[in-house]
Design a protein around this ligand. Structure first.
Ligand code: CMC
Length: 392
């Protein structure tokens, strides 16, 4: 139809220009602002990476201190926001709870929502970064009926999140530095991934000049889908299912290859990576460290390793260039850390937040931005006349 090009799923269409994240899917390369992901994962921290993504450069010591302090000052939630959590059913999935609380945030800060006021955008950025871990921990506390803990601002962002999640007011919470390091690294690995489904959602909603809270809230919903961030929970459910039915990896792989009941090997495949996802390679090493920490291990890890090996040798996966993606091993680490499966995608959202913010800000500041409004190829009826109900 005219000059409209059909591109279902935007496989070949760039929707914007961006200077934030670079991916070479064939070579398995991922860089934030030019820095290779493995260097950042090894040497940086989640807040430093957040700064890098949002402001474009690694901070100096003074800049990082100032940024950390500003985030620290905003970790508490408005007391009235807490009552939102009480209204949800106890078994509510934490993803919609997270998304609802994020859009509700905007109602508490109505005087600073103008997308074109730099000071408003800045304070919304800080509030989101500071409050999402608190919201995420409260979504969890609600689901297990435990009291909400106030943040303790002597702790780092990641330490604080772990304490608010697993701590109780009655006793001290012992922070495990290995766990803090592993979680911080996982957050870094999730921090941005250019124009994925949730980030494109954040940009699209923002392109209508919706505020940052509403745009991010929409992104959280997009992330919840099992083909996107929801895959990390789906992987664990898949591994559990294989274990329960006797641990037969070959039968499962056969099912996937025959596309029986639409079964997929969750945690495999990627729209852009046609090679090993560089994030998965880093996570695989961390999986070893965390799962073998107390010599306990996890039978699900054996199944995951067998599945990976089996798939990488199989023509079905080779021909389609299907490799493990970021979600394949994360669930095993989160489980070892004590998170229930439902929380896995919440952790992904916490990690992706600085990416969403950076991309939204880049979009809003770009004079070339227009409201996102794709065209379609119409396949419905041609014109026909209305018939009275008795004549149909
Ligand atoms: N298991 C089995 N077959 C697969 C898989 C898989 N995980 N992924 C793709 N295929 C097949 C697919 O059936 C198709 O086969 P055929 O050519 O015979 O029809 C071929 O590979 C191409 O796949 P596609 O669905 O056209 O690829 P896509 O780019 O549209 O989808 C994907 C990418 C990530 C949605 C898909 O690979 C998938 O569903 N993977 C499982 C879910 C998952 O792990 N998602 C996390 C993605 S990474 C992090 C994130 O974004 O959150």
């Amino acid at each position: 139809t005219g000059d409209t090009t059909l591109d279902i799923g935007f496989v070949n269409t760039a929707s914007c220009t961006s200077a934030i994240t670079y991916i070479d899917g064939d070579a398995g390369i991922l860089r934030y602002r030019g820095y290779p992901i493995d260097q950042l994962a090894e040497k940086s921290s989640f807040l430093e990476v957040s700064y890098l993504l949002i402001y474009g450069e690694l901070p100096t010591e003074a800049e990082l201190e100032d940024f950390t302090e500003r985030v620290r000052q905003h970790t508490m939630l408005h007391e009235d926001l807490k009552s939102f959590f009480r209204g949800f059913p106890r078994d509510a999935h934490p993803m919609p709870v997270l998304s609802s609380a994020v859009s509700a945030l905007g109602t508490f800060y109505q005087d600073s929502l103008d997308p074109f006021d730099k000071a408003h955008v800045e304070i919304s950025t800080i509030r989101l970064l500071a409050k999402l871990p608190t919201i995420a921990a409260y979504a969890y506390k609600k689901s297990i009926g435990q009291p909400f803990l106030y943040p303790d601002n002597r702790l780092s962002l990641t330490e604080n999140f772990l304490r608010m999640t697993f701590g109780v007011p009655a006793t001290d919470y012992d922070i495990d530095p290995d766990m803090v390091k592993a979680l911080d690294q996982l957050l870094i690995l999730h921090a941005d991934h250019e124009q994925n489904c949730s980030t494109s959602t954040v940009r699209l909603v923002g392109s209508a000049h919706a505020n940052l809270f509403n745009s991010v809230s929409a992104g959280i919903h997009a992330l919840s889908g099992p083909l996107h961030g929801g895959a990390n929970s789906a992987v664990l459910e898949m591994l559990d299912g294989i274990l329960e039915s006797g641990g037969d990896v070959d039968t499962f792989v056969k099912k996937v290859k025959n596309k029986e009941d639409g079964v997929k090997l969750m945690g495999f495949g990627h729209r852009v990576y046609k090679n090993y996802d560089p994030r998965a390679a880093i996570i695989k090493k961390t999986t070893d460290t965390i799962l073998n920490k107390d010599g306990v291990g996890d039978p699900l890890l054996d199944i995951a390793l067998q599945l990976e090996q089996r798939a990488l040798e199989d023509d079905y996966f080779i021909e389609r260039k299907l490799y493990p993606n970021v979600d394949f091993y994360t669930g095993l680490i989160y489980k070892a850390m004590g998170f229930p499966t439902k929380m896995f995608t919440v952790l992904f959202a916490m990690g992706r937040l600085p990416g969403w913010i950076a991309q939204w800000r880049e979009m809003i500041e770009d004079p070339a931005t227009k409201i996102g409004r794709p065209r379609q190829v119409y396949t419905g009826e041609t014109e026909r006349d209305y018939r009275a109900i008795g004549d149909r």
